[in-house]
Ligand binder design. Structure first.
Ligand SMILES: [Zn+2]
Length: 274
């Protein structure tokens, strides 16, 4: 088995965050990254911090067995998914969870694709989500890449380079699948012709933009303020997801799930601001 030293693990997790941002696979504080330092422990990104501000000491050392952690910094809320994957797959030493564009869009249908198995839906950070992902990882021992329904992707790498290869390959495969199914190059404007009120198909849309958006408004009216760039990205992804859902019969998030996520996000966000 290959394990990182704690020092290198901290360095590589930060490096991965920056590289994922550069490649457009991750944005803002979304997603999470970890590296294994022994059979029993891994280093993971903290909860709700922007990648470009992270220092090695901001990362958190977590135990595979029970997710207990050292220090005062709270680890990512998806630490349980990382811990479960390390426990099930002794050969895995680097894990990336992203909300990458095309994998998130294809994941809306909740179906496995040749390169990745799909885990069923659960609210972010919930035990249900963890058990759905665990089920997919356990049942598909030949797979290292996973779609998370209406949420994102999970890549289990033997090391850093392998993990990046998986994430990029997955995105390429999903982009290709999408374009085979949907003929559109302008997702927002094409979607606005079909959906007057756009519902959330992906978790991050529900969190950032709410339970529905009036698509007769222009993108600049919908996306404004300091978050405009991130909002636009999420709007575009959700429009692509709606087009894909129209083509495949997939459904948006339930109103209750969407509303709950918006509420939790606003509560958390206003706390962070204080
Ligand atoms: Zn996520």
């Amino acid at each position: 088995m290959f394990y990182y030293s704690e020092e290198i693990a901290r360095e590589y997790v930060i490096k991965a965050g920056l590289e994922l941002q550069e490649k457009g696979l991750i944005a803002r504080t979304w997603g999470n990254i970890s590296a294994r330092i022994s059979k029993d422990e891994f280093i993971i990104t903290p909860s709700g911090r922007a990648y470009e501000t992270l220092k090695p000491m901001d990362l958190v050392k977590v135990k595979v067995a029970d997710c207990s952690y050292a220090g005062d910094i709270k680890p990512s809320s998806e630490k349980g998914i990382h811990a479960m994957a390390y426990a099930l797959r002794p050969e895995i030493s680097f894990i990336i969870h992203t909300h990458q564009f095309y994998a998130s869009v294809i994941g809306v249908a909740g179906k496995s694709i040749p390169g990745a198995a799909c885990a069923g839906y659960g609210l972010p950070g919930s035990d249900k989500l963890k058990s759905k992902v665990m089920d997919a990882v356990a049942r598909n021992s030949d797979k290292q890449s996973f779609l998370m329904q209406k949420h994102g992707a999970l890549c289990l790498g033997t090391d850093y380079a392998n993990c990046f290869e998986l994430a990029e390959k997955l995105e390429d495969e999903c982009r290709e699948l999408f374009h085979k199914c949907v003929k559109s190059d302008h997702y927002i404007s094409d979607c606005s012709k079909l959906h007057k009120n756009l519902k959330p198909y992906i978790d991050d849309f529900a969190q950032i933009l709410g339970e529905k958006i009036d698509l007769s408004k222009s993108a600049s009216e919908i996306c404004n303020g300091e978050d405009a760039e991130a909002q636009y990205m999420i709007l575009e992804k959700n429009c692509a997801a709606a087009l894909y859902a129209d083509a495949t019969g997939a459904k948006p998030l339930s109103f209750t799930d969407a509303k709950l996520q918006r509420f939790v996000y606003l509560t958390k966000y206003s706390k962070l601001k204080k």
